[in-house]
Design a protein around this ligand. Structure first.
Ligand SMILES: Cc1ncc(COP(=O)(O)O)c(C=O)c1O
Length: 338
């Protein structure tokens, strides 16, 4: 099976697993795991922040950051298609008592003026506007890269209104490789930001949340309270360090392969729309059949990808699919959708 379902499906490589055998470990809850500490230092420096914290998942990075930034009854501005709203089990309401204030953006991004228009006046009748969260890249919009000027506009609007800022960087490094803009530049005006090690980077477990020393100190309380504090976590942090050393530049291959699939889809009669392909995610709409029928036909032909609506599908490239897999997928799509 050629797996184009998600970049979350990558398996650790043998070389990555080798690093686990020699990882220097200690008790992470006591901040005594040297490999985890090294990973945290690396990511803090990469994102231009004072400190960082290793966590089991990206979802926990988002939810802990929210809990630090907001109080019950506060509202969080984020794009309607964001992971925070759609895919975290209602975590912002359940764990922080916060309300999402969805912004209808363009391809998963929005503008400073949309934030300015959405911010509420101070009133005991209204929720307190508190946080703006962005997703770099915007997953369900098709891996959109937020232009840095637009991010600056949004963070400026947040500052004017006294709001905190948070960047969900599940695929931040895909954006870095695609645009040439550094990770710390994208995160410059963010109070918190994180990267996932398990997506394009190909590690088996983990994500790293970064911010000021004070923010990370507060975040530790929730890491402990919610069961995210670990023990000899160096065995998984070692894979993250390996991924940072060996799997960042190669994200350009994933982005290029996604572009090739997007070009093929754009030339097919049974495809109505292909969202612009900025990075490694391709979202497309079909009229030749339903998305469910296409996914079943793909499965029969040995390809896996997802249906995201009655006629919408998503294909994702990553470490575990190569040029030959892409050629074969393109041939299948051409024979099925033209
Ligand atoms: C944009 C975005 N944010 C957050 C997450 C959550 O990451 P994790 O699966 O590591 O919890 C995902 C996962 O797919 C994602 O795509």
């Amino acid at each position: 099976m050629r797996n184009f379902y998600s970049d979350t499906q990558t398996r650790p490589t043998p070389a990555m697993l080798e690093t686990v055998l020699t990882a220097n470990v200690g008790d992470e809850q006591l901040k005594a795991d040297p490999t985890t500490i090294e990973l945290e230092r690396r990511v803090a420096a990469l994102l231009g922040k004072e400190d960082a914290m290793f966590l089991p998942s990206g979802t926990m990075c988002n939810e802990i950051a929210l809990r630090v930034h907001v109080e019950a009854g506060d509202e969080v501005f984020c794009e309607r298609s964001s992971h925070l709203i759609g895919f975290e089990g209602g975590g912002m309401a359940a764990l922080s008592g916060a309300m999402p204030h969805p912004i209808d953006g363009h391809r998963g991004t929005f503008t400073g003026d949309q934030v300015r228009a959405a911010v509420r006046p101070t009133s005991r009748y209204m929720p307190r506007s508190r946080l703006v969260a962005v997703e770099q890249t915007a997953n369900l919009a098709g891996g959109t890269v937020w232009p840095v000027d637009q991010l600056d506009d949004v963070t400026a609007a947040a500052r004017e209104a006294g709001l905190a800022t948070h960047l969900d960087g599940a695929r931040l490094l895909n954006a870095v490789v695609a645009s040439g803009v550094s990770a710390d530049r994208y995160c410059r005006d963010m109070d918190s930001a994180w990267i996932d090690l398990t997506k394009g980077l190909g590690a088996a477990v983990g994500a790293v949340l970064a911010g000021s020393a004070e923010f990370i100190e507060q975040a530790w309380r929730y890491k402990q309270q919610w069961g995210g504090a670990m023990r000899q976590s160096g065995v998984i942090a070692a894979m993250g360090l390996y991924a940072l050393d060996h799997h960042v530049d190669r994200l350009a291959d994933d982005n290029a392969r996604a572009a090739r699939i997007g070009e093929t889809l754009g030339s097919l009669g049974g495809v109505t729309t292909v969202q612009p392909v900025d990075t490694n995610i391709i979202i497309f709409d079909i009229n030749a059949m339903t998305a469910g029928e296409l996914v079943v036909a793909a499965d029969d032909a040995g390809f896996s990808f997802g249906a995201f609506g009655s006629h919408r599908c998503r294909i994702v490239t990553h470490l575990d699919v190569d040029d030959t897999d892409v050629d074969e997928l393109n041939a299948f799509l051409a024979s099925t959708l033209d």
